[in-house]
Each structure stands twice: as C-alpha cells, then as structure tokens.
Design a protein around this ligand. Structure first.
Ligand SMILES: NC(=O)c1ccc[n+]([C@@H]2O[C@H](COP(=O)([O-])OP(=O)(O)OC[C@H]3O[C@@H](n4cnc5c(N)ncnc54)[C@H](OP(=O)(O)O)[C@@H]3O)[C@@H](O)[C@H]2O)c1
Length: 230
C-alpha cells in the first residue's frame, strides 16, 4: 500500500517527506517533525503505537491498517485529549464506501422481512493476516446496528437464530471481494464488491489526507464522500 499511495501522492503533486517501515522505525520522530500529514498502513500489532506517535507529534493521521479496532477507544480518547486529527477507514476504496452505503440501505429495507436470512462473505489473498477483513467487520457492524433480527456475528456458516454468519476465505492473490446476501425459500438478493487493484485504496487514502489537512477531530470516509445521510 505504501508504494501505491506514494504513486498517487506524487501524481497529485504532494511531496513525500519520509517513509518508515520496519527496518527504519527509529526515523519516525524525525519524519513526523517534517510532515503536515501522516499515512499509516502497517500491521495490526504496530498501528496503535504509530497512531499515538503521530498524535503526540501533532500530525494529523490517516490510518488504513486493519485488525487493531479492539484498541480504537484508546486512540479516540488520545485524539480528543490532544486535540488531534484522525481518519480511520477499514477500506479507502470509494466503490467500497458506496457499497457500505448500499449495505446500510438494504439492511434498513430488509428489516421488515424476517423471512430472509442475511450472510456476509469475504475473500482475500493468502497473505492477509486478519480475518474477517476490516471491511467485512464494517458491513457486519452496520447490519447489526440496523437489522433487528441480528444481535451478534459468527464465523460459522449456519449459526443459531439472531447470529449473522460472516464467512472468510483466503485464495491466491485476490485483492478484495465482499458480498452481502439475503436469502429466503423463494429468492435471494445479493450485493457485491470486487476490487481489481490496490490503486482504489490508494486514491481514497490520498483523498482522505487532502480532506483531513488543517482539521481537528475524528472523521471517516463518510465525511470525505458526504455519505453521512446514507
Ligand atoms: N483500509 C484500506 O483500504 C486497506 C487497503 C489495503 C490494505 N489495508 C491494510 O493495511 C495494512 C498494510 O497492508 P499492506 O498490504 O500494505 O501490507 P504490507 O505489504 O505487508 O506492508 C506493510 C508495511 O508496514 C511496514 N511495517 C510492518 N511492521 C512495521 C512496524 N512495526 N513499524 C514500521 N513499519 C512496519 C512493513 O515494512 P517491512 O516491509 O520493512 O516489514 C511494510 O512496509 C494491513 O493491515 C492491511 O489489512 C487496508
């Protein structure tokens, strides 16, 4: 993602003043001292530490690393306490954000039709470390918040009533596939999103950066794309 984001930044005439990876971690403070913005795409076990460093340095940060949301509250509090700026998204693709919006609308419409069983599915490349994907968890959280028949999720294909199945598979080099399906005895409705390349994530992350510059507070891609009413 770092390389894909750098290509988009350069194409949009932004200057990349530093790059930090696992072999030059000690350069993070020096990079932050120079930067107007930071973009964090690393690993679940290092994201929280990096976000803390950006916030303490007073640098607004856009984060795409998934798999650390159990510590989101901690980072939210730190952002509030320091008056910082943070934009996290489990998926920066504009297409996926529109897919999230459709998922919320569909969950609302299906709320009145308890004879349909819902299901979330995702498939990614074999190198992906976390499962379900952050995107699948977002789709799931939105369904649980909206649809009265579902109170929790499970990775079982046929869980007990009230539990939303969330099925992950890892295959080859698949960039990212997500589907939400409602099925009944008589028919089924499915919405799906299939990412063809990483450029979509990179474009969205740079759009988020441009949005967050000179702002304080916590934002999401719904703010960037004006999808808050969806
Ligand atoms: N939100 C979205 O739209 C979106 C889209 C794609 C991916 N992601 C997520 O973004 C994250 C990164 O994905 P990726 O495909 O770019 O992974 P990747 O190819 O493995 O790259 C991870 C990068 O993080 C660096 N890194 C790892 N541990 C570090 C540490 N402790 N300190 C500093 N740098 C460290 C790695 O450096 P080395 O190579 O030197 O180890 C590498 O440059 C994952 O969580 C993935 O799920 C999110």
């Amino acid at each position: 993602m770092g390389r894909a984001i750098e290509r988009v930044l350069t194409a949009r005439h932004h200057e990349v003043c530093g790059r930090v990876s696992s072999n030059n971690r000690d350069q993070l403070p020096a990079c932050l001292a120079e930067a107007d913005m930071a973009i964090e795409f690393t690993r679940p076990d290092s994201a929280v530490e990096h976000l803390g460093a950006c916030l303490r340095a007073g640098v607004p940060v856009v984060c795409g690393t998934t798999g650390w949301l159990d510590r989101y509250g901690e980072i939210q509090q730190l952002t509030d306490r320091l008056g910082g700026a943070l934009l996290y998204s489990s998926n920066f693709s504009v297409g996926v954000q529109l897919f999230f919006a459709l998922n919320r609308k569909l969950a609302q419409a299906m709320s009145a039709h308890g004879n349909y069983q819902a299901e979330v599915r995702e498939t990614h490349h074999i190198h992906k470390r976390d499962a379900p994907s952050g995107t699948a968890l977002q789709l799931t959280a939105d369904i649980l918040a909206i649809h009265p028949s579902y109170h929790k999720w499970s990775d079982e294909t046929s869980p007990e009533a009230g539990t939303l199945p969330v099925i992950s598979s890892r295959e080859g080099e698949i960039v990212g596939f997500h589907a939400v399906r409602y099925h009944s005895i008589t028919d089924e409705i499915e919405i799906r999103h299939n990412a063809h390349s990483r450029e979509g994530f990179a474009n969205g992350a740079v759009l988020a950066c441009e949005y967050l510059l000179n702002k304080k507070g916590i934002y999401t891609m719904k703010d960037v794309l004006q999808l808050n009413d969806w």
